[in-house]
Write a protein that binds this ligand. Structure first.
Ligand code: IVH
Length: 709
């Protein structure tokens, strides 16, 4: 990356107070600063949502008093200037932006459909409009110019009229082997004389993580998100550096076109166009769909929302386009935006807020985690007031201090995290956060760090009330002993009130002690006693998992139960025998061995058994030949007779695992009716594909050989 020119500190945020004219001036300065960082330097400092907030604040001021609207206001233009060093390129067909539907609910889609129908003069009872629904990739827009099928130029969007020549970097976009995304240097087959393809350059999340990991190892700065990393790479001056950044591409439209593929009619629809582009060897996302009317758009919006976090790349919404190119032409443009397309966003996954404080949380295994106490902020669909700072090293690397404005990210079910701080001077000197003296904040035991590890751990074990609470919560959890009604409030009361020191004491609580607790009615006490009673009938895998042995998750607990068949055999197994269990390596084996080598842990087990906890003995023991031991299979589509759970149980009983996605490590894909993209992926990677009968044969001992037809 070329050294960035030294920049002044960003102008101050004027907030909501003061004279509107002064606020508008201050907001303009702030927006120009961040706009320059975003567009010209590709090094934004604030999340998009924060920029939007400032932008909307200025728009509101200008709307209230149009005299405040100066010609150079950022609200009056789109995009930015060209960076020195890269050559300007004039776009033959301007690269416009699309209007954003800010209502993130389903209504956003209906509002767009209503506008389109009105513009087309359609009667209320006219049939639904055909749309093409696509992903809104979160990357950088690029125009690729192919002449006689050869890539001759690639340019960024710039201000829409002219961008920058980034051909040298774009030639290095190779996508991900096996997953597509490469920009072809020459189009496949017969190509139009001149074809400009528009699309998005982006970085996959796995590629982004790996890149950051490399940066970290080298002690270089890490990137805040895949979009910044991709945008920065495209605009590098040195393409050998760009080549080190793993970039991918998706095509979604056209620029200038002269002629068409010889012997073919030019496409009449957006979906036909994308199919033609795919035919020329350009990467096109497979999640696109041709849909009918507002309800089709709504369904697509919901379908993609459910998949958003499982996609291998970031999107910030979906894009709806009128499918017919003739209707697109009829609808035309409104100043700078087409009337035939709209971007429909999802709730932002990053937001700015203030860091009010830092707490240290003690986990089940004693791990100390610094937790950010935040000014509550709506992000990723919920209000977040706590976010993880991972560990002291991460905290130091990010340079976050109490009082800073920080960026919070919450994607899907992942725990919210603080990704960095917003620039800006601190009002006063704030020291770096430390845990000093190095003691557990809950029990005062020494906090120690394993050699080479990043985490400090409280050495108090179950003497530490925090660890005791977490151990109880884990034990009672839904996937462990499943004690309904034993939540954190109650656990706090039980531990803080000294009623419980060890797990078995849970079963000696009794109605009298429980109903004596504050805020505990007789009814709830009875319910809890009943729930405890019910939990006693369990299974061996659940019990093993509930014990909270380090490194033993649900899957390992199942494997152990299956391999050994009885608790006593697990407890007495020497390390070499533990290593025979699929997926158990030296670290896990050692952890299991040392857990059961401690007399107090054996005593806990005995007392739990004495309290009446029991499971069908021998259950899960190996009666089925372990023909799939160590192998991972993927299920897709509907099998003729086996339900998904049945198929999974059969595979697991034979020692195999079922994964959600296909990779090179997949042993076989079992495909039924309406198999989806996993089947395509399997074929692409040359992985064995089986039908239900094939699976049965495999379970009966036949080997899965070679890719099936
Ligand atoms: S179509 C005239 N389709 O979103 C319409 N844009 O403002 C041109 N984007 O920066 C845009 N995914 O880079 C279109 N499937 C998609 C897109 C998409 C992402 C970006 C585009 C542009 C912005 C639109």
């Amino acid at each position: 990356m070329p050294a960035l020119p030294a920049l002044p500190e960003p102008p101050a945020d004027p907030g909501d107070a003061g004279d509107p004219a002064a606020r508008a001036t201050a907001l303009r300065a702030l927006l120009l600063y961040h706009g320059h960082r975003y567009h010209a330097l590709a090094a934004p400092e604030i999340p998009d949502a924060e920029y939007d907030r400032l932008f909307q604040a200025l728009q509101a001021l200008e709307a209230a008093d149009p005299a405040l609207r100066s010609a150079d206001s950022p609200t009056q233009r789109v995009g930015a200037a060209v960076l020195d060093g890269l050559q300007p390129v004039r776009h033959v067909v301007p690269m416009l932006s699309i209007q954003t539907e800010t209502d993130t609910s389903a209504e956003g889609a209906r509002a767009f459909d209503a506008r389109v129908r009105r513009e087309l003069g359609l009667a209320a009872d006219a049939p639904p409009v055909a749309y093409h629904a696509e992903l809104k990739f979160d990357g950088l827009a690029i125009n690729l110019r192919y002449e006689q099928g050869l890539l001759v130029q690639a340019a960024t969007r710039g201000d829409g009229e002219s961008g920058e020549d980034v051909t040298h970097n774009i030639r290095t976009v190779r996508g991900r082997p096996g997953a597509g995304g490469a920009i072809p240097l020459r189009l496949q087959g017969e190509a139009p004389p001149v074809l400009e393809v528009r699309g998005e350059v982006y970085m996959r999340r796995d590629d982004f993580e790996a890149l950051n990991e490399r940066q970290r190892e080298r002690g270089d700065k890490t990137y805040i998100n895949p979009r910044n990393a991709a945008a920065g790479a495209v605009r590098l001056l040195d393409s050998t550096q760009a080549a080190q950044r793993p970039l991918s591409f998706f095509a979604y439209g056209l620029g200038e076109v002269q002629g068409w593929i010889a012997g073919h009619e030019p496409p009449a629809t957006q979906h036909g166009l994308l199919a033609a582009l795919a035919g020329l060897g350009l990467p096109v996302a497979r999640e696109n769909a041709a849909v009918q009317g507002a309800e089709g758009l709504v369904a697509f919006h919901q379908h993609i929302a459910a998949q958003r976090d499982a996609l291998p790349f970031d999107i910030d919404g979906v894009v709806y386009k009128v499918d017919s190119l003739a209707l697109q032409q009829q609808l035309g443009f409104k100043t700078r935006e087409p009337r035939w397309a709209v971007a429909h966003k999802y709730p932002a996954q990053e937001q700015a807020t203030r860091l009010n404080g830092i707490d240290v949380q003690v986990g089940r295994t004693g791990k100390l985690t610094p937790v950010a106490k935040l000014e509550p902020v709506f992000v990723g669909g919920t209000t977040v007031s706590n976010a993880t700072l991972h560990n002291l090293f991460e905290l130091r690397r990010k340079g976050v201090r109490v009082g800073d404005r920080v960026i919070v990210r919450r994607a899907g079910d992942v725990i919210p995290e603080v990704v960095g701080r917003l620039p800006g001077a601190r009002a006063a000197y704030v020291p770096n956060f430390r845990i000093w003296p190095r003691l557990c904040p809950v029990c005062g035991s020494l906090a120690e760090r394993e050699r080479g590890g990043m985490d400090y751990r409280c050495s108090g074990g179950l003497f530490c009330p925090a660890q005791r609470k977490q151990a109880l919560l884990h034990f009672a959890g839904r996937r462990a002993m499943d004690v309904e009604g034993l939540g954190d409030k109650l656990v706090d009361q039980l531990v803080d009130g000294g009623l419980i020191r060890t797990l078995p004491e849970l079963y000696t609580l009794g109605l009298a002690k429980l109903s004596a607790l504050e805020r505990m009615g007789e009814k709830s006490a009875m319910n809890l006693v009943a729930a405890l009673e019910k939990s006693k009938a369990t299974t061996l895998p659940r019990f093993l998992f509930a014990l909270g042995i380090r490194q033993v998750g649900e899957a390992t607990a199942k494997d152990l139960a299956r391999h050994f068949g009885s608790l006593d055999r697990v407890m007495d197994a020497p390390e070499p025998e533990l290593l025979q269990v699929p997926d158990v390596g030296p670290i896990v084996a050692h952890s299991i061995r040392s857990f059961f080598d401690q007399a107090h842990n054996r005593e806990v087990v005995e007392r739990l058994r004495a309290a009446g906890i029991a499971w069908p003995e021998g259950e899960g023991a190996t009666t089925v030949p372990q023909v799939l031991a160590g192998k991972t299979l993927v299920l897709t589509g509907t099998l003729p007779s086996l339900g998904r759970e049945d198929a999974k149980a059969l595979i697991e009983a034979a020692g195999g695992k079922v994964a959600g996605s296909v990779s090179k490590k997949t042993y076989a894909v079992v495909a039924g009716e309406e198999a989806g993209s996993k089947l395509d992926k399997a074929r692409e990677l040359g992985i064995t594909v089986l039908d239900e009968a094939g699976l049965q044969a495999l379970l009966a001992g036949a080997a899965a050989a070679g890719p099936a037809a």
